[in-house]
Design a protein around this ligand. Structure first.
Ligand code: HEC
Ligand code: HEC
Length: 520
């Protein structure tokens, strides 16, 4: 048992996101026949042609990936890599989740370093969320009978769960096999209208030209064009993007679309290897998600794409969100269908200096006697806001609380990215001005952190607001030769004319995560 558990865990460490690496032969493979070949040794075929367990569950591609990983590493399934991919593709298409079902939990699929996991209630958080994200089961649908079996699986596989912290106030097994499995069936039923609808709707192809916009925390917004072409089983995307400072961001990727909308790509952006997790909308006219550095899931970009053909006019991103009273500034708006006439709320003086259907540059003057506030700019059907401010009253750091992880050995560090958002006093409380450059510093969070010199040991923050943690492992220079963990106060200082305004966040620098399953 011990050695099996050991193999299982070390396997998990090596588990990469295999969903992204389908090989050429996979397209010729018949998923259904493969499931019959590989799975029926243990999963009995019933009269209707269903397979026990396999036909009673629906999940994401990542969910199927993890289950099959367990079949291999705990139950001895021996499977060829290409066959494995073809099975995941087939099962995700046949028994996946509808877009609406996956929507609340995309944060975990997108491999975000910072997210707040959502549990339906405190009981489920204690029963399930103490070992893995609540998203892990929120992204699954099962029959009542199968939710019950899954409870048995847990206690059979992890018997110590009855004795763990957050479990000692209850009898886990008794509770989950009398109450919780029914609650899970009501929350996450195998059959529902969303899936019935999605299963019978013809899915749209992502081929074509897309208008892209996005944000890279710590770096800023970007925009441009994505062109998608079909290539057998795959889709190939090429990106022609640029950052708001004008620098070029070029890349390409190769993707598989699971379940008709789950885009999983692998590629390169400015010479860095990337992974893409996007969801296509039901209309097939929008794609949204996140891409990240293949070796560092914590470093990446928000992504939104709008199909150019027949697009509704829309402003997607702009070179700046604000202007200070007394300044003039060129603000460029990027979007689709920007051909209409420009107008702005009374008081804001705007002149078009350059206009194409995808970008419009405006010279904006905020003269001294202007009233501060949020001014709307419209261009045909498309509209956006520009904030005219006089003085920054508050700075908030986002996220206001997060963690970073020390790196070492084969485990990459997990950085933390902060951004400073400025606010001004408005008639109805604080009004957001926007993200601004700041001077970043780390301080001890409390006296204990000061005494142990956490600031000196746990890592450094740069002037883009990126905290890079130090190496893991006992450190003889520290009291008790403790790890380089720390409890820090991150301070952002924005200069506004001659006054300075600061905002704060808390950062816990903690130890490595030893395994990185596709769904944490
Ligand atoms: C060597 C035996 C064996 C083979 C082969 C096997 N399984 Fe399993 N499978 C099991 C056992 C045992 C369980 C119950 C324990 C568990 O869930 O890990 C199970 C459970 C499952 C479940 C339900 C668990 C869940 O949490 O969703 C699914 C789905 C599943 N298997 C899929 C597959 C697929 C797909 C294949 C073929 C690619 C396969 N299995 C091949 C032994 C096997
Ligand atoms: C003791 C820790 C622990 C607790 C408590 C726990 N889980 Fe899990 N669960 C795990 C582990 C470990 C796995 C991963 C198994 C694997 O790698 O396939 C897992 C896997 C899962 C999966 C994915 C399985 C698959 O093959 O698709 C689901 C769904 C799940 N748990 C639901 C729940 C629910 C619902 C609860 C609460 C009623 C719960 N878990 C409580 C440890 C736990």
């Amino acid at each position: 048992m011990l050695s099996k558990a050991h193999i299982f865990l070390s396997g998990l460490i090596l588990l990469t996101l295999s969903l992204f690496t389908l090989t050429a032969r996979a397209e010729e493979l018949d998923g259904k026949a493969l499931v019959n070949d590989y799975c029926t040794a243990c999963h009995e075929q019933t009269d209707g042609g269903d397979l026990t367990r396999i036909s009673q569950v629906r999940k994401t591609p990542e969910g199927w990936d993890m289950t099959i990983f367990r079949m291999q590493h705990l139950h001895g399934l021996d499977i060829d890599e290409n066959d494995r991919f073809a099975i995941i593709k087939y099962l995700s298409d046949e028994r996946g989740l509808a877009p609406q079902e996956a929507a609340p939990f995309r944060y975990v699929l997108e491999q975000r370093a910072h997210f707040v996991d959502k549990a339906p209630n405190d009981d489920l958080d204690a029963l399930c969320g103490r070992c893995h994200t609540n998203a892990r089961y929120g992204l699954q649908r099962r029959t009542e009978d199968d939710w019950m079996k899954h409870m048995h699986f847990h206690v059979g596989q992890f018997p110590s769960l009855e004795y763990q912290a957050r479990s000692r106030d209850r009898f886990w097994w008794q509770e989950v096999t009398t109450k919780t499995y029914k609650e899970l069936t009501a929350l996450y039923p195998f059959e529902n209208a969303d899936w019935d609808h999605w299963k019978t709707t013809p899915h749209k192809s992502p081929e074509g030209s897309w208008r892209v916009s996005g944000h890279r925390p710590g770096i800023g917004d970007y925009e441009g064009i994505m062109t998608v072409k079909k290539d057998g089983y795959y889709f190939k995307a090429s990106y022609d993007l640029h950052n708001m400072d004008g620098t070029v961001l070029k890349g390409h990727s190769k993707a598989v679309v699971y379940t008709g909308y789950e885009w999983r790509g692998t590629g390169e952006m400015s010479d860095t290897e990337t992974r893409e997790v996007y969801a296509m909308s039901e209309s097939g006219n929008q794609m949204q998600g996140r891409w990240h550095n293949a070796a560092h899931y914590d470093v990446g970009g928000e992504f939104k794409a709008v199909r150019i053909k027949n697009a509704t006019p829309e402003i997607l991103v702009k070179s700046s969100d604000y202007i200070r009273i007394g300044e003039d500034k060129i603000i460029t708006l990027y979007g689709v269908g920007l051909s209409g006439k420009i107008s702005a709320d009374a008081g804001l003086d705007v002149k078009v200096t350059k206009q194409t259907p995808t970008s419009v540059s405006l010279k904006i003057a905020a003269n001294k006697d202007m009233t501060k506030g949020v001014y709307k700019i419209t261009m045909g059907q498309a509209e956006t806001d520009v904030v005219v401010y006089d003085k920054i009253s508050t700075v908030k750091v986002f996220p206001d609380w997060t963690i970073a992880r020390l790196g070492g050995g084969q485990t990459a560090p997990v950085s933390a990215q902060f951004e400073a958002v400025a606010y001004m006093k408005g008639e109805m409380g604080d009004t957001k001005i926007g993200i601004m450059p700041a001077k970043w510093q780390a301080h001890p969070f409390n006296e204990e952190a000061e005494r142990l010199n956490d600031v000196g040991f746990s890592g450094t923050i740069n002037q883009q607001g990126t905290f890079m943690p130090a190496s893991a492992g006992p450190n003889k220079e520290r009291q008790y030769a403790t790890n380089n963990a720390g409890n820090l106060k991150i301070v952002a200082e924005i200069s506004d004319g001659d006054h300075k305004v600061t905002g704060e966040a808390q950062l816990i620098v903690t130890v490595q995560r030893w395994n990185l399953p596709p769904i944490r």
